[in-house]
Design a protein around this ligand. Structure first.
Ligand code: ARG
Length: 459
């Protein structure tokens, strides 16, 4: 078996070593990014006269053919191809002979793999941002068409105050807006090329890392070769941002599980986004929402797993760093699948606005409005709270309905009793960012402006 280090070693690597240390099984996914990095590197070598024009052309042609073989599935892997970088270099050398043998000049797999993984993360974070914005657009559409529908707003999962359905939906939308902001931010910070750092210290050859950085579309090149090859902050940050998206999906998922329960009955899933039971004919289950809840745990595991790999590592490259890829690939895949499934679910779910209103129309839902009515008459809020609390307790004890008690109370009376009418309390949430119709109309406009601006950040 031929290895990249065959000159220094007398024997072949053990099968067990290859089985344990090879990463080709998963890093084959970096093939397009390795090819891009390799193209930039070869062009730079030509520019600084380390390769002749014809050698550059030969290597570029070999890279093209290798890329085509990898894309079509015709690429034949060799037993010594421990990772995708080795496999590509081996094939280019087979195809381009002496020119191929020159093409690793001034480069190490250490700066090569860091470059490829940054290119991968840069692309995937942008694609995920676009998917998240698509989910936000669905939430916006559903909010805009929800009109004056309202439901209970909960604290401690106890009914607290009625809120517009649009307000409730956009609460999830704003959480996702912070995710999009974090995706843009993480992406901007990782936009640095490590190529040209070599194994650890740079090179005696006249390499031009600025040229490869520009060629690959990076905003800058590394400042320190040791940091360049050992830095995986960008993977940790990407995993945190993705875990946060997953956590937001899980919280939305929990909402859906509750809303679609027979107990709440606030929403019905479209058949295409629900599952049935193998035994119970009547069942319609919210599996997407449940898996969104569960997979957040997996995403948190990817983040904490990587942080544990990085903790205490000495400078600079260590093979430990190879463990950065699987968590990132898994996080990217799971978040994309989850965001898309949730987008379909939210675009097709039916809201049972009568059930929502009925749950929100309990007279006690207006308790805060009664207290605020007293405050408007000059009663200190603590006193108002106690007065209304006393009426609520008496009505719960069966003395009379809350409406009758309010009507009969000289401090409250007819006007105040009107606040208990169905649908009235939600209209009284008039403060900026509040849950009533006036505030929510402004919020919908602001949300729309925000997602349009966010989409432009990723163009
Ligand atoms: N497969 C390796 C990784 O993912 C590539 C770098 C290997 N470098 C080395 N010095 N062995 O990190």
């Amino acid at each position: 078996m031929s290895t990249l280090w065959h000159g220094r070693f007398e024997g072949d690597p053990a099968d067990e070593l290859m089985a344990y240390t090879a990463s080709i099984g998963f890093d084959v996914r970096l093939a397009p990014d390795d090819i891009a990095g390799s193209r930039a590197h070869v062009q730079m070598l030509g520019h600084v006269d380390l390769l002749s024009e014809s050698e550059v052309a030969e290597v570029l042609a070999a890279l093209d053919q290798t890329a085509a073989e990898l894309a079509s599935g015709d690429f034949v892997f060799a037993p010594g191809d421990e990772d995708i970088h080795t496999a590509i270099e081996r094939r280019v050398t087979e195809l381009a002979g002496q020119a191929g043998a020159k093409f690793h000049t001034g480069r190490s797999r250490n700066d090569q793999v860091a470059t490829a993984l940054r290119l991968f993360a840069k692309r995937e974070l942008a694609a995920i941002a676009a998917d998240v914005i698509a989910l936000q657009s669905v939430l916006l559409d559903r909010a805009a068409s929800a009109g004056d529908a309202y439901l209970p707003g909960y604290t401690h999962l106890q009914r607290a105050q009625p809120v517009l359905l649009a307000h409730h939906l956009l609460a999830h939308g704003w959480a996702l807006a912070r995710d999009v902001d974090r995706l843009a931010d993480a992406r901007a910070r990782l936009d640095v090329s490590p190529l040209g750092a070599g194994a650890v210290a740079g090179s005696s050859l006249p390499l031009d890392p600025d040229m490869t950085a520009a060629e690959l579309g990076f905003a800058a090149r590394f400042e320190n070769s040791m940091d360049a090859v050992s830095d995986r902050d960008f993977v940790a940050e990407s995993l945190f941002v993705l875990a946060m998206v997953a956590i937001h999906l899980s919280r939305l998922g929990e909402e859906i599980v509750f809303w679609t329960s027979e107990e709440a009955g606030f929403a019905t899933l479209d058949d295409a986004y629900a599952t049935g039971s193998s035994m119970l004919p009547q069942k319609k289950n919210p599996d997407i929402a449940e898996l969104a809840r569960a997979k957040a745990g997996r995403l948190i595991g990817n983040l904490t797993g990587l942080l544990a790999v990085l903790k205490g590592l000495p400078l600079a490259y260590n093979r430990d760093l190879q463990e950065d890829k699987e968590p990132l690939f898994d996080a990217v895949d799971q978040v994309r699948l989850g965001v898309r499934a949730m987008t379909g679910l939210m675009s097709s779910i039916a809201f049972n606005t009568d059930a929502m209103a009925a749950a929100a129309d309990a007279p006690t839902a207006a308790a805060t409005d009664l207290a605020e009515h007293l405050v408007a008459d000059g009663v200190p809020f603590r006193d108002a709270h106690a007065i209304v609390g006393d009426l609520v307790r008496r009505s719960l004890d069966g003395e009379a309905s809350l409406a009758d008690l309010v009507q009969a109370d000289p401090r409250l009376g007819e006007d105040a009793a009107g606040l208990l009418a169905p649908g009235v309390p939600v209209t009284r949430r008039t403060t900026p960012g509040g849950a009533g119709p006036h505030s929510v109309r402004a919020q919908i406009t602001n949300f729309q402006t925000r997602i349009l601006a966010d989409a432009a950040r990723f163009d």
